[in-house]
Design a protein around this ligand. Structure first.
Ligand SMILES: [Zn+2]
Length: 76
């Protein structure tokens, strides 16, 4: 593996990978940067806007977690 000069972080808004070579680092895009600014200026640091499917994946993970605890372990 060749060494990578650029740094990669997770976008704090949508959790996508953001590279330090990008203009909007540490955000993945100008959109996420704007969302972040909006969160701060509105005084609420809450993600309520339709961002990406990364949020969806997170919710799916949680629901599958719940499902596993709902499974009947035996049927005897
Ligand atoms: Zn992002």
């Amino acid at each position: 593996m060749p060494p990578k000069p650029e740094l990669t972080l997770r976008c704090p808004i949508c959790k996508k990978e953001a590279k330090s070579t990008e203009a909007d680092f540490p955000f993945c895009s100008a959109r996420c940067r704007t969302i972040d600014l909006g969160n701060w200026s509105s005084g609420e640091y809450v993600i309520s806007s339709p961002v990406t499917d990364a949020e969806e994946e997170f919710l799916q993970e949680r629901s599958s977690d719940n499902r596993s605890s709902d499974n009947p372990e035996s049927d005897s």
